[in-house]
Write a protein that binds this ligand. Structure first.
Ligand SMILES: *Cc1c(COP(=O)(O)O)cnc(C)c1O
Length: 454
């Protein structure tokens, strides 16, 4: 399979590449993002009864067709030992036609483990030289990346996070790692500042080449591809026949998770609606409602912090398709100014909604009271917006993007009790922490990396 840049077109178009050539790449050389030149076709009949690893092999061998050890790596990743169950992403039925897809049973209790655990194994298998991973996180990506790469030979991780904006549990999970190859940088700013610094460091081609800087942030194609798998798994678990349609409700930030659902549908998965939920940071909610894209200067700190994002990094991949894959047009839109208006182009198969702190609390409480199930604040945003768009006769699958243990303050506020903690994480906040506070300044970050890079 070949990958093309979303900004290819005209003079300085980035060349088409194979999967292993884009595995480490953040942005394409023309500033775009890589996407498959064409989508593979799903074989629902053959895939319906496969176990998770077998399904993952079937799907990922389409996208990662130049990884010789792929099957071995997939089987090593999607195990009960790492994801707590053979199903990997078990479906929980709240009532007939209403389900929660459990994506958060990996080591860091958020759905990002599903993709990053595989990515760590892909890196280890395909790397021939040292690598310095540079990333930005609003909380869950960072810990998932660090747990996927800790102790791996020839890999350093430099992870930028917004200082003081993560939950105590998230901080403890990341900062308590004592592996010498893990470097936590707490940036005095918000997530978008962290992301801007990463972009600026990557824009310095000489530095990037000298220190072999790679990326694991949510624009990494391997992550998107790995997330496609559980949309199929969830569909098969919630339906009896391949003629049925389902809708998915997806708590969204960088548009990576829901974009994977869009890819699944593009492959032929019978998805009726992709229901995009935002929190108070509602740039994407507005876009899907009105067609206007207006990233904001300020990002509100909310009680679903992993969705506190203004410029969703994967969004350009979707816009590329909306504009009929006209890379020159995409480039113009994303370089001309901050805002654009695509209200005349139908955004078929997507609906959106916004959820606030009060909605989050009410939804956590309602789900707990009605079904005896505790959901985390991000999942609650998805359930709230999903229920608002639920249709009779169409199963609704709400993606569980984290476990409640990660966000105990909000659970306490909603329910007046502590969320359950998985065994082994009872005292993580008490462990000693390793991190460096740093200004949102690319030069300072470069100096820090240069002093410690392998
Ligand atoms: C990352 C994250 C999201 C947002 O996912 P995107 O792929 O960035 O849209 C939602 N909830 C949780 C818990 C997350 O960690």
């Amino acid at each position: 399979m070949l990958y093309v840049s979303t900004r290819a077109g005209g003079e300085n178009a980035a060349p088409k590449k194979r999967f292993t050539e884009i595995l480490l790449e953040g942005l394409a050389a023309d500033g775009g993002l890589y996407v498959p030149e064409s989508m593979p076709r799903a074989d629902l009949k053959a895939w319906r009864n496969l176990g998770y690893p077998e399904l993952a092999v079937a799907i990922l061998s389409e996208f990662m067709d130049d990884v010789p050890e792929l099957e071995k790596l997939v089987r090593k990743t999607y195990t009960k030992a790492i994801f707590s169950s053979d199903d990997v992403t078990p479906l929980k039925t709240l009532e007939p036609g209403l389900h929660i897809l459990g994506l958060s049973n990996g080591p860091t209790l958020a759905f990002k483990d599903v993709a990053l655990q595989l990515l760590g194994n892909l890196f280890e298998s395909t790397l021939r030289e040292n690598l310095n991973i540079l990333g930005a996180t609003s909380g869950d990506t960072g810990s998932a990346a660090e747990y996927a790469l800790r102790g791996k030979k020839n890999i350093n991780v430099f992870m930028l996070s917004p200082h003081g904006r993560m939950s105590a549990f998230q901080r403890a999970q990341m900062f308590s790692l004592q592996d010498a190859n893990i470097h936590n940088l707490a940036v005095e700013g918000v997530f978008d500042d962290c992301q801007d610094v990463v972009k600026q460091v990557n824009a310095d081609a000489a530095f990037k080449a000298k220190y072999r800087i790679g990326a694991v942030n949510s624009i990494n194609w391997a992550r998107v591809a790995a997330q496609v798998v559980y949309y199929f798994k969830g569909y098969f678990a919630a339906t009896k026949s391949d003629a049925e349609q389902v809708s998915f409700a997806v708590p969204s930030g960088n548009f990576g998770n829901i974009y994977a659902g869009y890819v699944a549908r593009s492959m032929g998965l019978p998805v009726r609606r992709l229901i995009l939920a935002t929190n108070e940071n509602d740039v994407l909610e507005e876009f899907f409602r009105t067609g206007r894209y207006r990233p904001r200067k300020d990002v509100a700190a909310t009680s679903s912090p992993s969705m506190d994002i203004s410029k969703a990094s994967n969004f350009e991949r979707y816009v590329f398709d909306l504009l009929e894959r006209d890379g020159a047009k995409v480039k113009r839109l994303f370089t001309a100014g901050e805002e654009f208006d695509l209200s005349l182009i139908p955004r078929a198969g997507f609906v959106s909604g916004r959820s606030t702190h009060a909605d989050r609390l009410a939804t956590i409480k309602a789900v707990h009271t009605k079904y005896g199930v505790t959901i985390d604040p991000h999942t609650a945003d998805g359930v709230k917006v999903g229920l608002a768009h639920r249709e009779a006769g169409i199963p609704l699958i709400c993606l569980e993007t984290a476990l409640p243990a990660k966000f105990a303050d909000t659970i306490r506020e909603a329910l007046g009790s502590e969320p359950a903690r998985p065994p082994g994480l009872a005292n993580v906040e008490a462990l000693p922490q390793r991190f460096q506070v740093i200004k949102p300044d690319a030069e300072a970050v470069k100096r820090y990396i240069a002093a410690r890079a392998s």
